[in-house]
Design a protein around this ligand. Sequence first.
Ligand SMILES: Nc1nc2c(ncn2[C@@H]2O[C@H](COP(=O)(O)OP(=O)(O)OP(=O)(O)O)[C@@H](O)[C@H]2O)c(=O)[nH]1
Ligand SMILES: [Mg+2]
Length: 222
Amino acid sequence: MTGTAGATATQDGEAPKRSPCSPSYDLTGKVMLLGDSGVGKTCFLIQFKDGAFLSGTFIATVGIDFRNKVVTVDGMRVKLQIWDTAGQERFRSVTHAYYRDAQALLLLYDITNKASFDNIRAWLTEIHEYAQRDVVIMLLGNKADMSSERVIRSEDGETLAREYGVPFLETSAKTGMNVELAFLAIAKELKYRAGQSADEPSFQIRDYVESQKKRSSCCSFM
Ligand SMILES: Nc1nc2c(ncn2[C@@H]2O[C@H](COP(=O)(O)OP(=O)(O)OP(=O)(O)O)[C@@H](O)[C@H]2O)c(=O)[nH]1
Ligand SMILES: [Mg+2]
């Protein structure tokens, strides 16, 4: 672990405590980013955390790292502890150890890289082996801004997600498209599962994502 998560309370996503007795959040959840090396997991996290895109030379993550960010959903503050894993095969045994503690998994492929999409089934097999049975999974087709290099149709992502019964979004860590939505949907689902407000109507994460998502403005012909 590289341990960059520390920093100051504010950079770490934790607002100053409101009073000595009340924490700065109501609920916490561990989210893991998974998928092949190069699909954009680290960029996705940086975009969400800092609103910035890391362009330039690709630096593969070594081992595992995490960042915290507090989001507010329906008046409740949810602290997301987001684990950014290394996609490279040689780090798999390290990351497997962390699956068990995760409440949610964001599984990314790259819409310009067929192998990263084909490997999603293998990732789901690993998830079913190592993660909690009721873990929230979301499938994300990243790099949606790279329309001219697209090799995976949006429909193919949708079909695969439907087969596994998980929500699906196309995203861009570069433009920020649907990045916040992915985390907000997870936070809403965790809040709903925690049953913090019993009078709340039931929450369906797939319906929520479908109603909120932005679609890439091209390539419907593919
Ligand atoms: N155009 C575009 N490029 C992206 C996007 N996301 C990531 N990239 C680029 O893709 C490369 C890999 O991104 P990373 O976020 O480092 O990939 P990773 O999944 O963390 O890779 P590992 O750490 O090895 O598992 C970098 O050169 C990024 O600049 C995106 O949404 N759009
Ligand atoms: Mg990385």
